[in-house]
Write a protein that binds this ligand. Structure first.
Ligand code: ADP
Ligand code: ADP
Length: 237
């Protein structure tokens, strides 16, 4: 479970990007995070994994208080958080399998992963993930030989390879056509359900969020202005 408690971020510029944001996400739940540009969505995502330092408040991931960790504990904490990006952030000239294996070291510093030998169980588990996302027969292809939808599937498998306790997902479908977007959303929601993984998806497309997520959180000017089931969402949020 993820707990965000009275989370506040005031940038040095004076911008109050988050104002006492609070919510919890139980295991297996996928939350669609929506709101106009400048609402604080990316600040929220970045405060959860502490790419941005919150000004006050707490973020708890299961037993771990992420906001209380010293810098030295952050790397380990980030390994518990899988990230999926709009532009996939794959290493283009490496294979699909190598990209997935890079997730074993977390998404930061993945270059160093190829200096290590991966144990057989890591490779078996990477094959299982590729099978789950429908890319088994593409394991040896270079990432840059794949379509956008296939690349996002690699991004999903890579995030899962680190065995995360939370997924933070930034605009996963913004570079994809509508049909592929729906397939990717469905895959994410199914996998989170299977694994009991909580997830937050920063998503521009409100209809897509309503169609696939179980819960919507609407941010505006740093405050939660909606938190509930997709069907209850007003047009003007
Ligand atoms: P922090 O308070 O987190 O240290 P800074 O104010 O030092 O953040 O800014 C960090 C980076 O974000 C800088 O590179 C800065 O140019 C950029 N930045 C500043 N203001 C904005 C803004 N309004 N929106 C997006 N990025 C900004
Ligand atoms: P969203 O992701 O919803 O578009 P952001 O989190 O990027 O919103 O921005 C929220 C607010 O914080 C905006 O007013 C933005 O200008 C400001 N902001 C974002 N990043 C920075 C930064 N690094 N430094 C100063 N202000 C920032």
């Amino acid at each position: 479970m993820l707990t965000v408690d009275a989370l506040t971020k005031t940038y040095k510029t004076g911008d109050k990007a988050l104002k006492a944001v609070a919510f919890t996400v139980p295991k297996g739940q996928v939350v669609g995070l929506i709101g106009p540009s400048g609402a604080g969505k990316s600040t929220l995502i970045r405060c959860i994994n502490r790419l941005v330092e919150p000004t006050s408040g707490r973020v708890l991931l299961n037993d771990l208080d992420i906001t209380a960790l010293p810098g030295s504990g952050l790397r380990r904490a980030r390994r518990r958080i899988g990230m999926i990006f709009q532009e996939y952030a794959l290493v283009e000239r490496l294979t699909v399998m190598e990209n997935v294996l890079s997730g074993r070291l977390g998404y930061v510093g993945f270059w160093s992963s190829f200096l290590r030998r991966f144990p057989a169980e890591d490779i078996e588990s990477a094959f299982r993930l590729l099978d789950r996302v429908g890319l088994m027969e593409h394991a040896d292809k270079r990432a840059d030989a794949l379509s956008g939808g296939q690349r996002q599937r690699v991004g999903i498998a890579r995030a899962l390879a680190q065995d995360p306790e939370l997924l933070l997902i930034d605009e996963p479908t913004a570079s994809l056509d509508p049909k592929t977007s729906r397939q990717i959303m469905r895959l994410i929601v199914e996998i989170c359900d299977e694994r009991g993984l909580p997830a937050i998806i920063n998503i521009h497309d409100v209809l897509l969020a309503q169609q696939f997520t179980q819960r919507i959180i609407g941010l505006r000017a740093g405050e939660v202005v909606f938190d509930g089931p997709p069907a209850a969402l007003d047009e003007d949020v």
